[in-house]
Write a protein that binds this ligand. Structure first.
Ligand code: SF4
Length: 295
């Protein structure tokens, strides 16, 4: 399907979401994926518009629920490249439970969290990554809450690939997205995206250090303890005005959820999507049952 008129993004001028779109458009051909082989599942928020602007299959779900939909799609049709996306409120707040358990089970997909430290679409309310003391309409005296630690939470929950990048550098973001999509397992990217309309104070604009390229950060991303220590330092420094980015952790040995299911004989050889949509009896049987039930 090729739309005659390509939809134009309605994000505000200067929004970091443009950087996510640009880097994703650059990374997909690099991993050799066509639009027909790609599914982009989004939640609710400014980030949720992402699949309207990418020429691939898309599923705009409800708030915080992109991950269960993405999991189901990948299990039913493992040949599809599945990318899920949402904001920091959508992913770490409303969908926090799904985030933890999708990471724990190591489902094979890439999860992009647009982290602009507020709820953007609903006009700037405090989110799980807003810094302590941040003033908004919902917290006019300043947030009393310590922000969530997204990288540490991801690692502790069981993600096998954890990275942070920033929309101000789409080149680095494209590199990290490519690595994440090539990784077999749950790849989480905390993507710093500036919101010039509602959160001018966020540190998403300041120059960043790439920990994979800087000589100041000599560490091994396959070493869990080293990654954990560097993540905590990164999360603290963000709110002090220093931005560190890069791939923090990767475990290429751990089997994905799907691989583990296949090993114990619980995953059919033939993908579910092919069983149901090749016109075989399974599809007809389920259709007949549905019709009978609703007569
Ligand atoms: Fe981007 Fe913020 Fe505008 Fe939403 S409100 S489109 S996050 S700048």
């Amino acid at each position: 399907y090729t739309p005659e008129i390509e939809p134009q993004p309605t994000w505000c001028p200067g929004c970091g979401d443009f950087g996510v779109l640009k880097s994703l458009k650059g990374a997909l051909p690099e991993v050799g994926r066509t639009p027909e082989e790609t599914l982009l599942v989004t939640g609710i928020g400014c980030s949720g518009k992402l699949n309207s602007y990418l020429d691939s299959y898309g599923f705009h779900t409800i708030h915080g629920r992109s991950l269960p939909v993405a999991r189901a799609a990948k299990l039913a049709n493992p040949g599809v490249e599945v990318v899920a996306a949402g904001g920091d409120g959508d992913g770490y707040g409303i969908g926090g439970n799904h985030f933890m358990h999708t990471a724990r089970e190591n489902h094979d997909m890439t999860y992009i969290v647009f982290n602009n430290e507020i709820f953007g679409l609903t006009k700037g309310q405090t989110s799980p990554t807003s810094p302590k003391g941040h003033k908004s309409k919902t917290q006019p005296h300043g947030s009393a809450k310590t922000p969530i630690r997204p990288l540490s939470l991801s690692l502790t929950s069981g993600a096998s690939f954890v990275a942070r990048t920033a929309a101000v550098n789409p080149n680095q973001a494209q590199r990290i997205l490519k690595e994440a999509m090539e990784h077999d397992g749950f790849a989480h990217i905390d993507f710093l995206t500036q919101c010039p309309t509602w959160n001018k104070d966020a540190k998403q604009y300041v120059p960043y250090t790439d920990i994979n390229e800087s000589e100041d950060y000599d560490f091994d991303p396959t070493n869990r303890a080293e990654a954990q220590e560097l993540m905590r330092e990164t999360e603290d420094k963000l709110y002090e005005g220093e931005v560190l980015t890069g791939v923090y952790y990767r475990d290429d040995e751990r089997p994905s959820y799907q691989q583990e299911k296949q090993q114990i004989g619980e995953m059919p050889e033939e993908p579910l999507a092919e069983r149901y949509f090749d016109g075989d009896y399974e599809w007809e049987r389920s259709y007949d049952q549905f019709i009978d039930k609703h007569k």
